[in-house]
Design a binder for this molecule. Structure first.
Ligand SMILES: C[S@@+](CC[C@H](N)C(=O)[O-])C[C@H]1O[C@@H](n2cnc3c(N)ncnc32)[C@H](O)[C@@H]1O
Length: 279
């Protein structure tokens, strides 16, 4: 019998594999969040402190660190903390950030879930980039905790896909077929409702992003399975041949051909919540 820990490790490994393929095929626009950070950051000497929640394998955090190092005056130090429960992501993350280019940055990675994270430290920026999907029913508490951990001039950055993203349709279809996976998931429209219920003001920018799904329609391979797993947010091998065909047909019906790529739309939005009192 597989123990809970073994099962959890297998799930973390499968998610890591699927996310790596997803990242290669994702036409992601990280610049919107970087521009918003630039707009809202009012650094006070001597240090800027950042917390990255659900940091993943680190490709975005590398961009954030590089961007902040360029923006900050030379006499500022940068402290950059990350919370990441997936050990396979953490391994990649540490490889990405422990490089000579960042030798002057104070770096720390916590191997825990954000719900377990506790500190007295205050941050200029806390970003939750494409991670709040995985914390159902804890969103309000996480936002409250985030606001408490901010410096007076600090802000939260939340990035999520919006409800039009095709992935919600494929994962809900998977859940209906198998009774497993996600029958519901947070997206930015629901996040807006949660934030509004807390009485918070925010700035929001919506923008298009795409994913090249060509690989899903190729001969069976580890890559095509990984990408379909990501669209199901679960193991696509649990689908019958007909169910799999239905999910592929759904994806195919959403494809736009562009320069030899088969793109589906995964629109996203980034929200900024400045430090404020929660009522
Ligand atoms: C889609 S990935 C996003 C990774 C990265 N932020 C990016 O934009 O590429 C979602 C991340 O959320 C993390 N995650 C899931 N549940 C979490 C939790 N309770 N606390 C912190 N991170 C969590 C996952 O391990 C994963 O790294």
């Amino acid at each position: 019998m597989t123990s809970t820990n073994e099962l959890e490790t297998k799930l973390y490994e499968a998610y890591d594999t699927a996310y790596q393929v997803f990242l290669q095929k994702w036409l992601v626009n990280r610049q919107v969040a970087l521009d918003l950070i630039q707009k809202h950051l009012h650094p006070q000497p001597p240090q800027v402190a950042v917390l990255s929640v659900g940091a993943g394998p680190g490709d975005f955090d590398v961009q954030v660190i590089r961007f902040l190092k360029q923006q900050l005056p030379k006499d500022f130090t940068l402290r950059y903390l990350a919370v990441e429960p997936n050990p396979f992501h953490r391994q990649r993350y540490e490889k990405e950030i422990n490089v000579p280019e960042f030798s002057d940055v104070e770096l720390k990675v916590y191997p825990i879930k954000v719900q377990e994270f506790q500190t007295d430290e205050k941050f200029d920026i806390i970003h939750y980039t494409h991670c709040l999907y995985y914390m159902p029913n804890d969103e309000q508490q996480i936002i409250r905790q985030g606001l408490e951990m901010l410096k007076e001039d600090g802000f939260l950055v939340i990035t999520l896909e919006t409800r039009e993203a095709v992935i919600f349709e494929t994962m809900f279809k998977y859940a209906a077929f198998t009774g497993e996976g996600f029958a519901d998931m947070l997206e930015m429209d629901k996040m807006q409702t949660i934030v509004e219920e807390l009485g918070l003001s925010y700035e929001l920018i919506n923008y298009p992003e795409y994913l090249d799904v060509h690989l899903c329609f190729e001969e069976a391979s580890s890559g095509s399975k990984a990408l379909l797993d990501f669209f199901c947010q679960a193991d696509s091998d649990k689908l019958s041949a007909q169910q799999r065909e239905e999910i592929l047909s759904l994806l195919a019906s959403k494809v736009n051909q562009q320069d030899g790529r088969e793109l589906v739309s995964l629109p996203s939005a980034t929200m900024i919540i400045r430090k404020q009192i929660v009522t």
